[in-house]
Design a protein around this ligand. Structure first.
Ligand code: GLN
Length: 453
């Protein structure tokens, strides 16, 4: 049942919120044993919220179960961003979006599994690795793998709130066959998000179908005094899509089946070339993302949050021991590379240069949006890979898998991944990109081309 129908039925009193919540909690526990899609199932909180809503249901999302990516703070519920260094960290506050969802009657059911701090594209850089709904030996994509996995598998009304820095919402949506929106940078408050890279992070939505995204976006979007980068301007209400183009370079991928399937689903398009994006988006993204990440991770030292060790030796020794013990290998790699790129003497050559190139990439998109409402690309250049294949990838090969998603993320542009049928047993996603604040156009067009069979 789609979210809108469920919410209507709840309002009419045709459906019991408590029953739905109990059913989804049972389902989450069963699925979790097989698929590892949750780090925490917040049963007590979900029952408490559903109790209150059952007595006096109010709000625009009254009774709707929502799962939350682990990197978003939920008061008194372990929120560890897929990292062991934050083990047992229970925030004393709700992220702004969590408070907004609860105020509108939503029921928070748990924290979904992810790559540690969002570092990865396959949800394998963590202690709790989610599995693809269509094959247990295969990845869900990442870093919001648990969110996408559960969104696909649940039979209950549900939405998942996830986060993207360089593609972490679109990528797993594509690999798990669900719909998603990564909004314009700043449209949704980041207050209470455990940061990956502040100039890139965006909180967004996953649902089974594109038409279910809007009611959630309506609630979470908006200016927040607690996040100075949140936007006070509203999104554009015009949803008319007049002209579309496919991105030439994005279709120069090896997998011909993905390309053919996506193109067979759209018509009346032009072809546009974005050469700068093709050439520079990956190095630009990884320099910026790693530089910002390395500063964000400095605060995890074993004293202020989460995991610790017996206090021994001087501060430096203790600090190194804690970080060596609890960070995953990929996080250590990013701390080293990011710190290097920010060091005095290198800062101009790497971080500042990357920021300048970023402006060029944004301008390239902006020029395209003078003529087109929507740009189209495959979400991912490959079908979901098996874990055994991922293990063989070098770090660089791993990063290159993000070739199609990092561009819109660097430019802060909204994008959706729309389910577009299957190749063999695996789903394929089409990525639609629009100008800033044109989410309505994306969702409108996405609904038209969606194919879930
Ligand atoms: N795969 C990309 C990275 O590792 C994107 C991750 C994300 O969006 N959180 O940086």
């Amino acid at each position: 049942m789609i979210i809108q129908h469920y919410l209507k039925d709840v309002k009419k009193g045709n459906i019991s919120i408590k029953k739905t919540v109990k059913s989804i909690l049972r389902e989450a526990k069963t699925l979790n044993r097989k698929y590892n899609c949750f780090n925490v199932i917040s049963e007590d909180l979900a029952l408490e919220l559903s109790e209150a809503q059952e007595r006096n249901s109010k709000g625009r999302l009254a009774g709707l179960p929502i799962s939350i990516k682990d990197c978003i703070c939920v008061k008194n519920v372990e929120s560890r961003a897929g990292s062991l260094i934050l083990k047992d960290y229970k925030p004393p506050f709700n992220a702004t979006i969590i408070q907004k969802l609860i105020d509108e009657g939503a029921i928070i059911i748990g924290k979904t599994s992810q790559d540690e701090f969002g570092f990865g594209g396959f949800s394998t850089n963590t202690d709790n690795i989610p599995k693809n709904p269509f094959d247990l030996d295969t990845s869900c994509g990442g870093s919001s793998g648990g969110s996408a996995c559960f969104t696909q598998l649940t039979k209950n009304p549900h939405a998942s709130i996830s986060e993207s820095t360089g593609g972490s919402i679109a990528n797993p949506s594509s690999f798990c066959g669900v719909a998603s929106l990564t909004p314009t940078y700043g449209l949704v408050s980041r207050y209470g998000l455990i940061d990956y890279a502040n100039s890139l992070d965006k909180i967004g939505v996953m649902t089974k179908t594109t038409q279910e995204i809007n009611p959630i976006l309506d609630i979470i979007a908006g200016k927040d005094e607690k996040d100075s980068t949140s936007l006070s301007i509203k999104r554009n209400s015009d949803n008319k899509v007049k002209k579309i183009a496919i991105i030439k370079e994005a279709f120069e991928i090896e997998n011909k089946e993905i390309k053919d399937l996506i193109l067979s689903n759209i018509k009346d398009y032009d072809v546009i070339s974005l050469p700068l994006n093709k050439k520079y988006s990956i190095p630009t993204y990884y320099i910026i993302a790693m530089s910002e990440a390395s500063t964000n991770l400095a605060k995890y030292c074993g004293l202020r949050y989460g995991a610790t060790l017996p206090l021994k030796g001087n501060f430096d020794t203790f600090f190194s021991k804690v970080r060596s013990e609890y960070f995953q290998k990929e996080s250590k790699r990013r701390i080293i590379l990011g710190t290097f790129a920010r060091m005095s003497g290198f800062r101009d050559a790497y971080y500042l240069k990357a920021m300048k190139v970023r402006t060029l990439l944004i301008n390239e998109y902006k020029k395209a949006f003078k003529k087109y409402d929507i740009l189209i690309s495959p979400t991912m250049p490959i079908l979901p890979p098996k874990f055994s294949e991922i293990n063989k990838l070098t770090p660089l090969q791993n990063y290159q898998m993000d070739a199609l998603t990092v561009g819109p993320n660097l430019a802060g542009l909204p994008h959706t991944s729309v389910p577009t049928g299957f190749i063999g047993k695996f789903p394929v996603g089409t990525m639609l990109i629009s100008n800033h604040l044109d989410e309505e156009k994306l969702l409108n067009f996405g609904e038209q081309i969606e194919n879930r069979d």
